[in-house]
Design a protein around this ligand. Structure first.
Ligand code: NAD
Length: 341
């Protein structure tokens, strides 16, 4: 089998080579730096399996380039960057990592919450920039007693609820498929989406990107949020309509936002490449400008899709992806993404 893997650090490459040399010894593995998308297709195209991360785009044009393809292994939980329907139509197995770090991402959501509630970034930056050792202008707010609204109570949302309990927060939640047993067990209540927005001091988003969740936070719903509340997004950028978020922050409806994911984040990774070689089709240039407006706002923290990035989570991701590659090589794939019609 010929396997191509994009975007792995050297230590990850060694780890994968070591593991695959046991389970799939006659495989040829090629590692590529960066991302895979229709603009970065390699000249070599006879691979049986490709493995990518969320910053790649595996769409029809990408798939067309690899006529022998049998498997697409994404080293992520979310798989909206892979056209899974097209894979299924071509008998290509698509697999993802169903779970590698519900604690990892939930911990990062709380890192963003605390950084905003206690103005941690401003405190560090102020001292570094001005040399002034002063807490002037850095008054924050307690989490204890505040209400947190958890949007999406799956694996990561559930862990966020557990952490919120440790902070003595009141917890409310919205999910399209409420888990009543879990709400009893962990002591929180489900409410309609709009109600959660109205009562929460902090809202943290943990839904997948789906047609139903695209721009769930928009010019109609963002103004429903409690005045002065903060919004945290570690799920997928397009769950929030960026321009509407800029407006909600600008008007003071929201006091802050912690965003690990944003629309058009792929372009942000390589703006020079986009300016020199990219085409505007399929991209929203206004959103790209809005991202820069957001990054200049002092009450906004933008992080580069980094919530997954701990040593422990990376090892779990690698182990699952190796299992997925071996499964495809052996004809018994695991963690296959179910295609919804
Ligand atoms: P999960 O599937 O366990 O949970 C998702 C929850 O969302 C489920 O409870 C589901 O019922 C709910 N849901 C689905 N559609 C909904 C809708 N229309 N409205 C409301 N709720 C809906 O997923 P998870 O493991 O908790 O991960 C959540 C998301 O986090 C992933 O899909 C991924 O996009 C994102 N993620 C981000 C990072 C990062 O590094 N920033 C890392 C891992 C995952």
């Amino acid at each position: 089998m010929k396997i191509a893997i994009w975007g792995m650090k050297e230590w990850e490459q060694e780890y994968v080579k070591g593991a695959l040399s046991k389970g799939a010894s006659d495989s040829e593995i090629v590692f590529y730096d960066g991302i895979l998308n229709p603009d970065t297709l390699p000249p070599k195209n006879d691979f049986d399996i490709i493995s990518v991360f969320v910053d790649s785009t595996v769409n029809k044009a990408t798939l067309d380039h690899f006529p022998n393809l049998k498997g697409v292994v994404t080293r992520s939980t979310g798989y909206d960057h892979v056209d899974v329907k097209e894979c299924a139509a071509r008998n290509i197995v698509a697999s993802s990592v169903p779970s590698y770090g519900e604690n990892t991402v939930a911990e990062f959501a709380f890192a963003l919450i605390l950084a905003l509630s206690r103005k941690v970034y401003a405190a560090v930056d102020n001292f570094r920039e001005t040399g002034k050792y002063s807490f002037e202008g850095l008054m924050g707010f307690d989490l204890k007693g505040k209400t947190i609204g958890v949007i999406g109570t799956g694996r990561i949302g559930k862990y966020a609820i557990k952490i919120a309990k440790g902070f003595d927060m009141k917890i409310v939640a919205y999910d399209a498929f409420p888990n009543e047993a879990m709400s009893q067990e962990l002591g929180f209540s489900y409410m309609p989406f709009e109600e959660v927005l109205k009562v929460s001091d902090v809202v943290t988003i943990h839904v997948p990107f789906l047609p139903e969740t695209e721009h769930m936070f928009n010019e109609k719903t963002l103004p429903l949020m409690k005045k002065g509340s903060i919004l945290i997004n570690t799920s997928r950028g397009a769950v929030i309509k960026t321009e509407a978020l800029v407006a909600a922050l600008d008007s003071g409806q929201l006091a802050g936002a912690g965003l690990d994911v944003i629309e058009e984040e792929g372009v942000l990774k390589d703006e020079m490449g986009f300016v020199l070689h990219g085409t505007p089709e399929g991209h929203n240039l206004k959103t790209m400008i809005a991202n820069h407006v957001l990054s200049d706002m002092p009450n906004v923290l933008l992080t580069p899709h980094a919530a997954f990035n701990t040593k422990e989570a990376l090892i779990r991701i690698l182990d699952t992806s190796i299992e997925d590659i071996q499964g495809i090589v052996n004809g018994s794939p695991v963690n296959v993404i179910k295609v919804k019609n």
